[in-house]
Design a protein around this ligand. Structure first.
Ligand code: NAD
Length: 335
């Protein structure tokens, strides 16, 4: 069993991945700076993680290069999963420097510390956003990814390129995973699945940008965890790889809304709005390269995943209410 360094452990994907790795018997050292972006949700995820034998949680900023180097010097982790990031496309329009610092400098800190302290493999979260508004679908890893339509996407592409350079220069094994719109229990309150559910539950209007016709390749979190776990341990991977991690089934936002209405048992009030800067029309993964490399394809349907999310949403009113209170207090801003 391995000791794994996992950044962004109090985040949505990090929380689920940490639980899975610990359940498999690994020791996980989880790092998160716990910036005040939905603090109650992060605190609750971390509280639950700290109850698990084999999990150690540290509050640390990955973009602090000296501290990151010190952590690697102490732990000498053979395996690293780097998920910490400033997330969300829209927010990056307003907070560009925060994105550059965490997503670019933070990634470089991890790569440099990994090379200096004998890490064998760094698996990191990239994003479907690197494909920009490419109209040739489904998206494949060998498609061009040099026309991002948000700074967030540009930082994620920069991460892939830096990883490739470290693999070439230092022989580090790096695996970039281009996640496609991840959703599920304990998910992100800034993403459509949660905001739609919350609005339905409260009888508030659901903002549907571009008339709800935008399509997203919604990917259930358990599938993302499984792909990430396999990328971490698969013995066939070497050098620098990049894989799509997506369900391969783009669905309209209005279809998501209808699934939530069914599962939450309440109708939505639709508020039609124009498309927003930085949004792409459709995302669609071709995940065949992932299947060929690690033998796994995300397979949870939107209907199955929304049913699981909705159950969780209805069964955890404390968490949902805490997020709602924070939102109304305007504590979403990065400090
Ligand atoms: N959720 C998605 O749909 C999606 C899609 C594509 C890519 N991704 C990527 O996957 C990764 C995980 O996403 P998520 O949805 O769990 O996001 P999240 O925002 O829930 O988690 C990210 C975590 O990183 C932490 N963090 C931010 N800056 C940090 C820093 N400087 N030092 C240490 N910790 C820091 C945050 O506190 C947060 O807990 C991210 O890299 C994200 O960009 C996510």
């Amino acid at each position: 069993m391995a000791t794994i360094l996992l950044t962004g452990a109090a985040g949505f994907v990090g929380f689920h991945l940490a639980r899975r790795l610990c359940a498999d018997g690994h020791e996980v050292v989880g790092v998160d700076d716990l910036k005040p972006l939905f603090p109650a949700l992060k605190a609750e995820r971390l509280r639950r993680l700290r109850e698990i034998p084999g999990f150690l949680g540290l509050v640390q900023d990955v973009s602090d290069t000296r501290m990151t180097d010190g952590l690697f010097a102490d732990l000498r982790p053979a395996l690293v999963v780097h998920l910490a990031a400033q997330t969300g496309v829209r927010f990056s329009v307003e907070h560009p420097f925060e994105y550059e610092r965490t997503n670019v400098l933070g990634m470089l800190s991890i790569l440099e510390a990994a090379r200096r302290h004998g890490t064998q493999r760094v698996v990191f979260a990239s994003s479907s956003s690197v494909y920009g508004n490419s109209l040739r679908v489904p998206w494949r890893e060998d498609d061009r990814a040099d026309a991002p339509v948000s700074l967030y996407a540009a930082t994620k592409r920069a991460d892939e390129l830096m990883a490739s350079a470290f693999a070439a220069t230092h022989g580090l094994c790096t695996v970039g995973l281009r996640y496609f719109t991840v959703y599920g229990p304990f998910g992100r309150p800034d993403m459509a699945v949660w905001t739609f559910a919350d609005a339905i539950a409260n009888g508030e209007p659901v903002p549907l940008f571009d008339g709800g016709s935008m399509r997203r390749d919604f990917t259930y979190v358990d599938d993302v965890v499984e792909a990430t776990r396999l990328a971490l341990f698969d013995t066939g991977l070497s050098g620098a790889s990049v894989f799509n991690v997506g369900a391969g089934q783009p669905r309209e936002l209005d279809v998501l809304l209808r699934a939530l209405e069914t599962n939450l048992g309440r109708p939505a009030i639709r508020m039609m709005l124009p498309a927003q800067a930085g949004d792409v029309n459709a995302t669609w993964a071709d995940a065949s390269a992932l299947k060929a490399a690690v033998g796994f394809l995300p397979g949870t349907t939107l209907e199955e995943g929304v049913a699981a999310f909705s159950r969780w949403f209805l069964e955890n009113p404390d968490v949902v209410d805490a997020v709602r209170r924070e939102r109304s207090l305007g504590r979403r801003l990065v400090g």
